[in-house]
Design a binder for this molecule. Sequence first.
Ligand code: NAD
Ligand code: MG
Length: 390
Amino acid sequence: MSRRVSILGCTGSVGKSTLDLMERADPGTYEFVALTAHSSVQELAGMALQYRPEVAVIADADRYEELARLLKGSGVEAAAGPSALVEAASRPVEWTMAAIVGAAGLEPTAAALQQGSIVAIANKECLVCAGDYFMRLAKERGARVLPVDSEHNAIFQSIYPGHDDHIRRIILTASGGPFRDWPREKMATVSREDALAHPVWSMGAKISIDSATLMNKGLEVIEACRLFGLAPDRVDVVVHRQSVIHGLVEYIDGSVLAQLGSPDMRIPIASTLSWPERMETPAEPLDLAAIGQLDFEPPDENRFPALRIAREALIAGEGATAALNAANEIAVAAFLDEKIAFLDIPRLVSECLEALDKQQSLPSRFSGMEAALAVDQSARRLTSRLVNGS
Ligand code: NAD
Ligand code: MG
């Protein structure tokens, strides 16, 4: 029996690693239902012709004609635009990979959860924006959320379900990004290329920049609290440059359980794909003797203020984390467009949060997704104005 699967964000780094694993399985193991992408229409069409899903969706509606032309006669349905994305994500499947980047993944990921099946979530921004709502939705619908982010997947693997009172705290590791050893003055001159060159992981552009500012770790602290239902003071971060240990759980008796592995996203993805079993992957086996040494140090919140800003938003509540996420998305896009400097990213996020807080009272908890989307939109507008200096 084939397993019905959908991949939201199939042309991205996580999407491709997912397909890489699926391609290695016996023919007929998977039946593809939806493959989706933002604007890389040629790549999406190539994947659709290879994997033959029921539907291929391009989020950018202007590319519909091209997609339809490329898929003509193939039997694969072509669709476009945000509502088509949500419709495709709601088609019945047993397993969905939610790997869209940014809050754009919010509605499609919620649609996948509505089905009540397994949703592997890489799209951390949707948990930062509306994580409590997502976890409530999953519970109501009987869906199983499996974290793909390597740190959260490590924690998930190291936790015994139903024994939350045994946990003292969890620890997320951070590689420290490309500027972990740079003085702050030098960080003012960082170029787009410097920031995109991650020392350990190969990832999409947005998360690479987030890793360089350490906002990624801030988003991950928020993600962890929402996924595992923990208070902010029970989630710590340690810089571990080798990225061999991905996450640790400290228990009340002093035992610490961790998950280790080569820095290869196919390992956490495989754990969600085979859950609750295990499957083989082509990832390099971990050779501790060859690595020789594992280093740990506390994160430096003076050089990397994003981590502190994210923690403050987490304490303030869901309205603040949704605004943080949106402001960061706009600031990162502006940095990638070379409109602002690297150190402007955390500065603009902080300014947006302060200004929004004065304008409106940000809710500490969202009752539904509409409220989250409204805060997301206000923060985007405000940060865009800040970027343009008005
Ligand atoms: P990526 O930029 O490589 O790919 C993003 C995917 O989303 C692409 O398929 C793209 O077409 C699609 N997309 C982008 N904007 C969209 C929009 N507006 N509407 C619909 N689709 C859109 O990103 P990635 O590195 O694969 O990361 C995906 C998600 O996984 C992110 O949330 C990231 O934080 C998370 N994540 C990634 C890694 C990694 O190693 N790459 C690790 C942990 C978590
Ligand atoms: Mg991570």
